[in-house]
Write a protein that binds this ligand. Structure first.
Ligand SMILES: NC(=O)c1ccc[n+]([C@@H]2O[C@H](COP(=O)([O-])OP(=O)(O)OC[C@H]3O[C@@H](n4cnc5c(N)ncnc54)[C@H](OP(=O)(O)O)[C@@H]3O)[C@@H](O)[C@H]2O)c1
Length: 301
């Protein structure tokens, strides 16, 4: 797995493909050299033939995880609420990696949505928890319902899904659970306090539980994205652009300038890290918070 990136400010209207670090947005291009496909020396992740539920995976980081697991030979349940986008992603993954892909159209935050995911794959070997995050908001503007909704999306929902799959993983002696959280768990982001709080709650909740199943080869880890080039990031940058009365491209350039890597992350490289955490090689690694942020978090530890 290699990834390097450079920026070109040539105008482009193409959507970013997810089979490499090449993406376009805001009128500039993020070019990279991420090699997602085999060059003959790829690591065997040892999970070919396993099954996974990847929540909220019709685009963005969830899709990056689904693609990387498919590359490793894992049969997938993918999920989203937009039927066209979900079906398009299912077809794309099947075409790229020839693995079974079952799209489940459902809101993962609801009991019905979770039941539909579990019906499609009652005993997954791998669970990737993901969901939308709360909107950027001054915390003074959050009413009780908004707070409860945020906590439900980013803390309660992953806990409920883990409750439903963990015992069958323990019984089979293999399980990998990855929670997509955020680097805001370690470093506050203005206006995303609800997201930070709910995800920190999930992290603390799982810290004890992961130690109770580690001896059964079941691991629970958290992946903490910094700024990744997805629809969510673009939406947040557009809001920042309006607030600061600059173009979207200028808002993106300013944001990238604050990241030591001087670029946004790509969902494909996020997915490869997720697939490694789900691999046979990561069985001794549990309860960890893995930052993927291009160096944005400034601490030594
Ligand atoms: N991108 C970043 O830089 C970044 C940084 C830190 C944290 N995060 C967090 O990482 C997570 C993923 O972000 P992203 O950037 O990949 O977002 P994204 O590009 O907006 O993609 C979100 C995906 O989740 C699906 N989804 C949303 N709500 C859902 C629901 N209730 N049930 C089922 N599927 C749902 C969406 O499809 P539908 O809308 O069709 O359902 C879509 O496939 C979010 O929680 C975000 O806050 C992202």
């Amino acid at each position: 797995m290699r990834c390097a990136a450079r920026l070109s400010f040539a105008r482009s209207t193409k959507q970013p493909p997810f089979d490499g670090c090449v993406g376009t947005a805001y009128g500039y291009t993020i070019l990279g050299a991420f090699h997602g496909k085999s060059n003959g020396v790829d690591m065997d992740l040892g999970i070919r033939g396993r099954s996974a539920i990847v929540c909220a995976s019709s685009q963005g980081l969830g899709k990056g995880c689904a693609l990387a697991l498919a590359e490793a030979g894992v049969a997938l349940v993918i999920n989203g609420r937009n039927p066209e986008l979900l079906e398009q992603t299912a077809q794309e993954i099947r075409k790229a990696w020839s693995v079974p892909v079952t799209p489940v159209l459902a809101d993962v935050s609801t009991a019905e949505g979770q039941a539909a995911l579990l019906k499609a794959c009652p005993t997954p070997d791998i669970l990737v928890n993901n969901n939308a995050g709360p909107p950027v908001r001054n915390f003074r503007e959050l009413d009780r319902q908004a707070i409860l909704t945020g906590v439900t999306m980013n803390m309660v929902t992953p806990i409920e899904l883990i409750q439903k799959v963990i015992d069958s993983m323990v019984n089979r002696g293999f399980g990998r659970i990855v929670n997509i959280t955020s680097y805001s768990v370690k470093m506050p982001i203005v206006g995303l306090d609800l997201s930070s709080g709910a995800r920190a709650g999930l992290t603390a909740f799982m810290a004890g539980i992961c130690r109770t199943v580690a001896d059964k080869n079941v691991t629970i880890n958290n992946l903490l994205p910094g700024s990744f080039d997805t629809q969510r990031l673009r939406g947040n940058l557009s809001l920042a652009a309006k607030r600061n009365q600059v173009s979207d491209a200028e808002a993106a350039a300013r944001s990238m300038a604050t990241i030591p890597a001087k670029r946004f992350g790509n969902p494909a490289e996020f997915g490869q890290t997720c697939a490694f955490l789900c691999s046979v090689h990561a069985g001794f690694m549990t309860g960890q918070n893995v930052l993927l942020d291009g160096g944005a978090y400034p601490g030594a530890f």
